[in-house]
Structures are given as structure tokens and as C-alpha cells.
Design a protein around this ligand. Sequence first.
Ligand code: PCA
Length: 213
Amino acid sequence: MKALVTGFDAFGGDKVNPSSMAVERLKRRKGSLVVHTAILPTSFGRSAIALRGAIHDVRPDIVLCVGLAGGRSELSLERVAVNVQDARIRDNDGKQPIDRPVVRDGPAAYFATLPIKACVAEMRSAGLPAAVSNSAGTFVCNHVFYALMDMAGRHDLSFRGGFLHIPYLPEQAAQLGGAPSMSADDIVRGIEIVLSVSAARTNDVRTAEGRLS
Ligand code: PCA
């Protein structure tokens, strides 16, 4: 089984993005799961194209996109991607779309297809603050999450997909005063739990389908 995990480059004046740092630290193999990674540009125009290219190269069974949500205190596994671009700041290409759709004539929203509740329960029992989130915002992370689920929903690609928002690193929060943070080790541990729970559930589904056919 193959997983593709993506992070983003730095944006909005930050020097680093903890999502790409964490993704680059992932082990390439976890049991029978082979883990591929890619770093996406924080760009409305280029991120989904880069994601689509990585999905076509890897042909993954599981796709987890990871991005920074500065100010959140928990690992936030997103439930829903909305068909809206409404940017509070400019992206890395200087673009700031307001009230525009991600995909013209696409559905209003898509749900994640990773087992989000089981992943959150497992992260919590491993001692990590984690929660299901009902909004990935309306910036580039939501854009990529929507594009990901649109690829799975409307095109002939069969993978389970989802999005994890992560807090600032402690070294970022130290510059901000009062912002919550999480260590890179804990973020990596959280991502690995999401992958292993998702891989186990995907295997279960396949075994059950195999029995039926
Ligand atoms: N976070 C931004 C985009 C890139 C990232 O890491 C967001 O939440 O939309």
C-alpha cells in the first residue's frame, strides 16, 4: 500500500512552514506502507497542479495533505472542504481571490474519506492533543483539500484523502507571544498515526470487499 503525504512551503512572511519540516522527517516505510512525500507551493494557481502531478506519479492508496494553522492548539483533522477561495492574505504569487469557487460548477463541499474519528481517537490515546475540525478555512489549504477530494470524487482515481492542520512550532510561537505550539516530534508522531490507522482501515475494507466478490 502507498501513501502520499504533502506539506506546504512557507507563506505570509514566515521563514519556515512546520508542515514541510514534519513531512520531510517521515520514515519512508511503515510496516507494509510505503510513504511518498511532496512539498506544495502556497499558491492558489500552482498547488493543485503540483498535487495532481504527485498523485499521478505515486498512484497512492492514501493521500494526507498537511498545512499550518497558526493559532490552533491541536492537531486538527479536517472533516470538510468547501468550494470557496476567500483569502485574508496574499498567497506566494501575490494572489488574493475573494468569494471565488475552487472548481467552477463543483459541489459546495466534499467530506474527507480518511477515518477521521478513529485517527483522532488514536492520536489522543497516544497522548497528543487532537480533534476533528469542521473548517479548513478558505485559503490555500482548503483549496488543496477541495481539489484533492474533487480528484477522488469526479475522476477515476481511487484513494482515501484527508487534510491535517497543525499548530506552530515552539520556536515560531516564541516569536509571537501567546500562540499555542507543538513540537516537530509530536507533529510527526501524529501524522504517522493518521497514516497507520488509515492504512489499517483501508486494508480492512479491501479484505471485506475481496470476500464479497
Ligand atoms: N497553511 C495555509 C496554506 C499553507 C499552510 O501551510 C492554510 O491554512 O490555508
